[in-house]
Design a protein around this ligand. Structure first.
Ligand code: DI6
Ligand code: FE
Length: 411
């Protein structure tokens, strides 16, 4: 069946996450989804839909399944070489991170492994991670650079991400995270590296259309607020959006900086203070919660979820998939962790991987909701209640994944 044929999904229970639908989960019973050209053409009462649709294409029976929008994993470092299991083994016996880093471990060991692979090899080694996420229903995913840290290696990472997108039914949003760590070539000269990022790497990535946004690790062990500002200014000068790894391990007021630049999202934010919450609320910047890293690092400082909720800051939830602090290719685990560790409701967790995650990628008008005009990325679930998607792990109740109107797998 070609994607240009109309499809009508009937006998489904819709969890629309439509902002205009105030029911829990945006639930809608007795309605059909009319798909055309990879988009949702209409959401109509089923009897009305069947009468209007007659002869327009294929009618598909969901047999009582729940349908949600496709999941959006809005913060990942999916493209990398190697892994850090041996380092983790050491950390578990109490070897401090500083010692691990001094012995050549940490981010720099992943940089070494990533530099050692060519674009093909990098895509190939990252493929199983992407497939695992897609199997759980991810249809749009962000992928960052940040393990190359040279012009050639950063662009190679972004090209590998694009290659994955070309190979599979998934949409990839690429982000340049060259300001992730100081590469050994610039040891002792963080300002010099930031100049290189601003004057060489950002312009090249923008010119080649390889990144839509720029991210910075704004942290004591990363880059200072002043350096982050420089990177954001360069990003905006080249027409790229900004976002930040901020307030993960300490409070450098990075979230307010992201907000000042009208950024898409402030990510991690365990140490976000009240002024930071207000800044995000005012700017309409999304708060991205990454409970996988919190869990894996055995952190104790939780993000201010109650305050974010009260200030109506949209909260997204993502895997942060990376080899050092969140080696989990599971969006359902991230949602479960967001509930158990951070106190989100299952509905908030699902909003965090649909409507709010779409907003975090600047796709709020086209992705993450079951509503007319939105992309026809749908998930069919063999469940009685949407909370089941978040509740248990190990089994997979996803029976069908639809990307741009086309069924990708029948469970
Ligand atoms: N914050 C993190 O938790 C990861 N990057 C970042 O900016 C760490 C990535 C790594 O250890 O490889
Ligand atoms: Fe991250």
């Amino acid at each position: 069946m070609s994607s240009s044929t109309d499809t009508l999904w009937i006998n489904a229970r819709l969890a629309t996450f439509d902002a205009a639908n105030l029911a829990p989960y945006g639930a809608l019973d007795g309605h059909a989804l009319w798909l055309r050209d990879g988009r949702i053409h209409a959401v109509l009462p089923q009897t009305q839909a069947l009468a209007a649709f007659a002869g327009s294409g294929e009618v598909r029976d969901a047999k009582g399944a729940w349908i949600t929008p496709g999941f959006i994993d809005c913060h990942t470092h999916l493209v990398y070489g190697g892994n850090r299991a041996a380092e983790w083994e050491k950390r578990l016996t109490g070897v401090p991170y500083q010692q691990i880093a001094a012995e050549g471990g940490g981010i720099i060991s992943t940089v070494r492994a990533t530099r050692g692979l060519d674009e093909d090899e990098l895509a190939l080694t990252s493929l199983p991670r992407l497939k695992a996420l897609m199997k759980e229903g991810v249809t749009t995913i962000e992928m960052k650079s940040g393990y190359g840290l040279t012009l050639a290696d950063e662009l190679k990472q972004l090209r590998a991400a694009r290659r994955l997108e070309a190979a599979l039914p998934v949409e990839v949003a690429t982000t340049l995270l060259s300001a992730h760590a100081l590469p050994p070539e610039f040891a002792g000269d963080a300002d010099g590296y930031i100049r290189h990022v601003c004057e060489v790497i950002i312009p090249a990535a923008a010119q080649e259309g390889l990144a839509e946004a720029v991210d910075v690790f704004c942290e004591g062990v990363g880059f200072s607020p002043a350096q982050t500002r420089q990177v954001f200014e360069a990003a905006q000068a080249h027409g790229l959006k900004v976002k930040g790894h901020v307030e993960q391990l300490s409070n450098l007021h990075g979230a307010a900086l992201v907000a000042e630049f009208g950024g898409l999202s402030a990510d991690h934010i365990e140490y976000l203070d009240d002024a930071g919450v207000d800044a995000l609320a005012e700017a309409g910047t999304v708060a991205v919660l990454l409970p996988g890293a919190y869990y894996f690092l055995r952190e104790t400082q939780k993000p201010p979820v109650d305050k974010l909720r009260a200030a109506k800051v949209p909260m997204a939830v993502s895997t942060d998939l990376n080899p050092g602090t969140s080696p989990f290719a599971s969006i359902r685990l991230a949602m479960n962790q967001a509930c158990v560790l951070f106190g989100l409701t299952p509905e908030e967790a699902l909003l965090g991987t649909t409507r709010h995650a779409a907003q975090a990628l600047g796709r709020g008008a086209t992705h993450g909701q079951l509503a007319a005009g939105y992309v026809a990325d749908l998930l069919l679930w063999d469940i009685d209640h949407p909370a089941e998607i978040v509740y248990g792990l190990g089994t997979n109740p996803l029976t069908r994944r639809v990307f741009r109107g086309v069924v990708q797998h029948e469970g």
